[in-house]
Design a protein around this ligand. Structure first.
Ligand code: COA
Length: 157
């Protein structure tokens, strides 16, 4: 079985991430969405909140699982028998960061490959922090995120 691991901060998950998931499930038998940590970031939602919002957003898929890790994504992938990490590319500005991350992952394990999907143009401007900013400014973001995220914000109040 070909398993792809889609790691990210997902603070919160957006329709941009869901677009990547929708396309990944056509390529992999199973996709594991992995909530991982970027030590440079301060998160709005706890890891558990992020996992639960994603679980609700992907419940239509029979072949998508959601998990979290405090360790390296490569180690997680190895542990579950996956050799592929999935990432999305929104713009050329993402490339440098992804290139660096791919090199670090390759240094950890040469057997792991990164698989990239290009974001659709209607979601390529979205990032989680943009969504957080729009929401806190009172902008209607319901067309940019799943319902579980709207509820997540409401529960934060
Ligand atoms: N649609 C919308 N937004 C997208 C997107 C898409 N398709 N793809 C990325 N983004 C956004 C995210 O929302 C996020 O926005 P933000 O910066 O405003 O929060 C930004 O792009 C980048 O996020 P993400 O892809 O989640 O990367 P990250 O830097 O937050 O996290 C990890 C990267 C968690 C995967 C990485 O740090 C990691 O693997 N950590 C575990 C430790 C490890 O293995 N490190 C690697 C070796 S050192």
């Amino acid at each position: 079985m070909k398993v792809g691991v889609y790691p990210g901060s997902f603070d919160p998950i957006t329709n941009g991430h869901l677009d990547i998931i929708a396309r990944s499930v056509k390529v992999f038998d199973k996709v594991v969405v992995l909530v991982a940590s970027n030590p440079d970031k301060k998160y709005l939602f706890t890891k558990e909140e992020r996992v639960n919002m994603i679980k609700d957003a992907v419940k239509e898929y029979g072949n998508v699982e959601v998990d979290s890790t405090d360790g390296l994504t490569v180690e997680y992938a190895k542990r579950i028998g996956s050799k592929h990490l999935i990432r999305g590319l929104r713009a050329v500005t993402d490339f440098e960061y992804e290139f660096q991350l791919a090199a670090a992952n390759e240094f950890i394990d040469k057997d792991i490959d990164m698989v990239f999907f290009m974001s659709h143009s209607d979601t390529s401007f979205i990032s989680s922090s943009t969504i957080n900013e729009l929401y806190s400014s009172g902008v209607d973001i319901s067309s940019l995120v799943p319902l579980s995220v709207i509820n997540g914000y409401k529960n934060k109040k």
